[in-house]
Design a protein around this ligand. Structure first.
Ligand code: BEZ
Ligand code: FE
Length: 279
């Protein structure tokens, strides 16, 4: 075959042929699929030169928006449903185990370790007081003593601490007690918009979408010998449960957040984690 004078019909095969010596088999598989799908996309869309450059500018701008506390590529992946697709593929469904959902861009490694019962909201944080209780269990129904629960949320104003730049707030790690139980205080989660003042926000507006997420509390559960579980608890009744901007809602994660006679809200959830290697 000629190695010049490619046409729309022959170019893809030649790009793939040139990558045939890729040593790493997984990289070869990924790059081959990437080129095939990218070329197919271009053939389908038939962009003008200006349109193609607009796409390149969009990706360039997305990179420029990334800094501490802002990851515009995660946001793009989340709002295009890709993060949830990766989650479906990797976490799978284990009978009886709590379902996973999107991590989002606001998790911070190394949140403070607080004693059970502590309030993760600093005094003066906006929001309604909430008490959360629950247990961490295995799929055999037995408690997982000492399981680690990493939680984070926005204040009642809909902002994470990292967005406000006011130091650590509304995030902590708790260690479940000898019966796998935990309890802590925080604020009632509220619905809030994903950051939409950048390129991803423009994409949402241009495609007729809103940026809102239903109120939720983030949690990561971990324990030796168990798979890490990344999940949320969603507020039952929230008006955005059916149109989450990042497609993260699962019925099994919707929880009652009930107002108590004391005025404080309360929520209870028993997390079920699965043993590493179990199906
Ligand atoms: C979040 O819930 O923190 C989140 C998830 C995806 C995109 C933006 C925010
Ligand atoms: Fe969130």
């Amino acid at each position: 075959m000629s190695i010049r004078n490619f046409s729309e019909d022959t170019l893809t095969a030649e790009v793939l042929r040139r990558m045939e010596n890729t040593q790493d088999p997984r990289l070869k598989e990924v790059m081959t699929a990437f080129v095939k799908h990218l070329h197919a996309f271009v053939r389908e869309v038939r962009p003008t030169q200006e349109e193609w450059f607009t796409g390149i500018q969009f990706l360039t701008e997305t990179g420029h928006w990334c800094k501490d506390g802002r990851q515009e590529y995660i946001l793009m992946s989340d709002t295009l449903g890709v993060s949830m697709l990766v989650d479906f593929i990797n976490y799978g469904k284990t009978a009886g185990a709590t379902e996973s959902t999107v991590l989002g861009p606001f998790f911070v490694e190394g949140a403070p370790d607080l004693p059970l019962g502590a309030n993760i909201a600093r005094p003066g944080t906006p929001g309604e007081p909430l008490s959360v209780t629950g247990t961490v269990k295995g799929t055999d129904g037995k408690p997982v003593p000492g399981a680690l629960l990493d939680v984070w949320e926005t204040g009642g104003d809909g902002f994470y601490d990292v967005q406000k730049g006011e130091g650590t707030n509304l995030r902590a790690r708790f260690t479940a007690d000898a019966d796998g139980k935990f309890h802590f205080k925080c604020v009632l989660p509220v619905s809030y918009p994903v950051p939409h003042d950048g390129p991803v926000g423009r994409m949402l507006t241009a495609t007729g979408r809103h940026p809102m997420r239903p109120g939720h509390l983030h949690a990561i559960l971990s324990a030796p010998g168990y798979d890490k579980l990344v999940t949320h608890l969603f507020v039952r009744g929230d008006k955005y449960l059916d149109s989450d901007a990042v497609f993260g809602v699962k019925d099994s994660l919707i929880v009652d957040f009930r107002k108590q006679p004391s005025g404080e809200y309360a929520a209870h959830y028993d997390f079920v984690i699965k043993r590493s290697g179990s199906k």
